[in-house]
Design a binder for this molecule. Structure first.
Ligand code: ZN
Length: 355
């Protein structure tokens, strides 16, 4: 039984480097000539960047490959990998559908094609051999025209079987100039009961208190406990959680190492704010979800009790997990009811019976 929920993963960063590189080689893409050896390609995509903006350029590299024709290939591979290698049973996969439409089409036709992109991803996301529940979060983008962002809100409203929420993504240096538009869209979403998350309080350009009350969950938000701990009480009162993606902060240069995340976990726990551990871009980082957990444990950032609390909280804050309990509780019910459990100290049980 798979055990984990992943709430923050981008489609553009979810394909592992080897699958992407093999695709480039097989299709004879010019990029394959630039990187004839896999190791060089892996080093190129996984090396740390100097800023969030430079880091996000990697998405721009991958997105043109994710077309209506190729999405079934990439999505089915990433779902299979998440289930088999990461033990993920619930995945919220986020993306900006506009960037998967045909760039040769006029704007209105590209907006219309976003519906097909969502359908293609949704259909490719289910494989009975790897029964993972996948839902999509649509990422409004700080560099896209207003009508494209509005169209995403419309699609979230009209396609609830595929889409479980909306997000705000893209370089956060562009948020401030568009704050009226963005706050308006997120306010509408909340008024209609559509779930929301947003990349805020990750870097110094993402401090936007106006957006905070409009979010069901906070994408990253690590600077709230680190630099604005006075906001934690209101975050707790709204029942919001932080989606913390440890490896991202090393790749973007936001944090020098993971040790400062200890403060994030401690202050959130003290204030009653849940923290969810996520990967953001497991493929581009080449760090899968269990390794995010293990890195935090072995570097003494959190202990096992804190990890279990984060894992359970992920199911509570999931936008579309259909059960009141995480699978850990279901599995425990099965194991604890099995013959032999709890009987090892029974006085009249012989060694032979136990074996
Ligand atoms: Zn993200």
């Amino acid at each position: 039984m798979s055990l984990h929920a992943e709430l923050h993963r981008h489609l553009g960063g979810a394909v592992v480097p080897r699958v992407f590189w093999r695709y480039l080689i097989r299709t004879g893409h010019p990029l394959a000539r630039q990187f004839p050896d896999y190791e060089e390609f892996e080093a190129f995509v996984t090396r740390p960047r100097s800023s969030l903006a430079e880091y996000l350029e990697l998405h721009a590299l991958v997105e043109p490959f994710q077309t209506l024709d190729t999405l079934p290939y990439f999505v089915s591979k990433l779902v299979r990998g998440a289930y088999v290698f990461e033990g993920i049973c619930y995945l919220e996969l986020r993306h900006t559908p506009f960037y998967r439409t045909d760039p040769a089409l006029p704007l209105n036709d590209r907006i219309a094609q976003m519906r097909d992109v969502i359908l293609a991803i949704g259909e490719a996301g289910y494989d009975p051999k790897f029964p993972l529940l996948m839902r999509q979060i649509l990422c409004m983008h700080s560099q896209l025209p207003a009508e494209v962002n509005r169209a995403m809100l419309t699609l979230a409203r009209e396609m609830p079987h595929y889409v479980c929420g909306i997000d705000l993504a893209g370089p956060d240096i562009y948020y401030a100039a568009r704050m009226d538009e963005l706050a308006g869209l997120f306010g509408e979403a909340r008024a209609e009961g559509i779930k929301t998350t947003g990349h805020v309080y990750e870097t110094a350009d993402g401090f936007h208190p106006r957006l905070l009350p409009l979010l069901s969950r906070i994408g990253h938000g690590i600077q709230i406990p680190l630099r604005f701990p006075e906001l934690l009480d209101e975050v707790a009162a709204r029942g919001q959680c932080l989606e913390v993606c440890p490896t991202t902060y090393l790749k973007t240069g936001t944090l020098p190492d993971l040790s400062s995340l200890r403060t994030v976990f401690e202050r959130c726990e003290a204030a009653g704010v849940d923290v969810i551990i996520c990967t953001d871009n497991a493929g581009l980082h080449n760090v899968r979800l269990p390794w995010e957990y293990e890195n935090l444990l072995t570097q003494d950032v959190i202990n096992f009790d804190q990890l279990t609390a984060c894992q359970d909280a992920a199911f509570r804050h999931a936008f579309a997990w259909p059960h009141p309990h995480p699978p850990r509780v279901l599995l425990d019910a099965i194991v604890s009811a099995s013959p032999g459990i709890g009987s090892f100290s029974a006085p009249n049980t012989s060694q032979g019976e136990l074996l």
